[in-house]
Write a protein that binds this ligand. Sequence first.
Ligand code: SF4
Length: 346
Amino acid sequence: MVILESKLGLTKVGKVLEIRKPFPLIGHISFGIIDRGYNNLQVRITTLCSLSCIFCSVSAGPKSNREREFILRDPEWLYEWIKYACNFKSSFHLIFDGMGDPITHKDLPEFVKAVREMKNVKSITVETRLFPANIKTLEKLKDAGIDRLNVSIDTLNEEKGKLLSGNNFYSVKKVKELIKYAHEELGIAIHLAPVWIPTVNDEDIEEIIQFAIKIGLGEKFPPLGIQKYVSHKYGRKVPGIIALSWKEFEKWMRKLEDRYKIKLLLDPKDYGLEKSERIPNGYKKGEIVKLSLVEKGLLKNEYLAIPPKKDRVFTLISRRESLSIGDIVYAKIIHDKDGILIAIPV
Ligand code: SF4
C-alpha cells in the first residue's frame, strides 16, 4: 500500500485520501460541512460504504468506479469548523450523512462526541443503512450523544435485501433487530427512509410502514420518510425502471397515507427545519480564482483544488490531459450554491 502525506493535511492510502487539519472542510460535496441555508448542517466524514445498492444515487461501495474516496480523520478539526459555523448560526441540527455510509467510519462516535457539547447544536442524527453495525456500535453512538438514526431499509425480505444492497452479507433480519434495539433499549429516535423503486419494492414499502407502526416509531419524530427512486447521471440505475414523476410519487404516497393513517409527505418543518443565516461563502459564481491542484477528485477529470487563502476546497473539472497535481491554474467558478464550489480552467 502506497502512503503519501502532504503538509496540507492529506494522506493518501491507496485510492483513499485521509483528511486532517489544516485542510479546509467547506466547499466539497462529498466531505466536510454543507450548509443549505437551514438551521441544520450536513456533515460528511466518509465516502466509503460497505454496500453497493443497485439504485445508489452516488454509486458508492465496493462496486464504485470513483477515482478517489475521502475520509475525515480529525474530530477536533471538525469541531473547529463547527465552532466557526456557530458564528453565523445560533442553533442548528447536525446530520451525519454522505456519499457513503457514516456508520462504516470506525471513529463516528468520536466525531459525534467532538460536536455534542457545543451549545448551538440542538440535535445529532446519523443517516445510515446500519451495515455493518452491531449493538456495540449503537451503544457507542448513544453514549456519544446521538438523538436519531435515519435508517434506510428498502425491504423486509431477506433475499431481496441482499439483491437491492448488492451485498450477500447484508441481513434485513439483523438490521430490524438493530432498529428495535436502538428504539426500545436505547431510546434513540428512529426515522425509516426506504427508497421506493416502482414495481420492484411496492409491497415491501407497505410492509415497512406496517413494521414502523407495529414497533411504535414516531413518538418524537415522523416515523417514515419514503424516498423516491431517482435516476442520477452518475448513480446506478435499476435496469428497466423508469423513475416516476413527483406528481405520480405524491399520488401514491397520499393513497398510503389514507390506507395507514400516517403522514408520509413531509416538508422541512416536519424535520424541525427552518430557513437560517448561511455561513458566508467568500467566493462567487463567475469569479476567476487562482487554484492549486492538490489531489485527484472523486470522479474522473475532477481535482481537489485550493485557493491561496486555503479557506475553502474547490472541485476543479478539467478534461485537459496535461493537468497534474501541483499545477496552479486560473479557473472560473461555475457553481457556488450551498457553499459547494466548482470551477473550470480559463
Ligand atoms: S445507497 Fe447508501 S448504503 Fe447504498 S451503496 Fe449508496 S451510499 Fe451505500
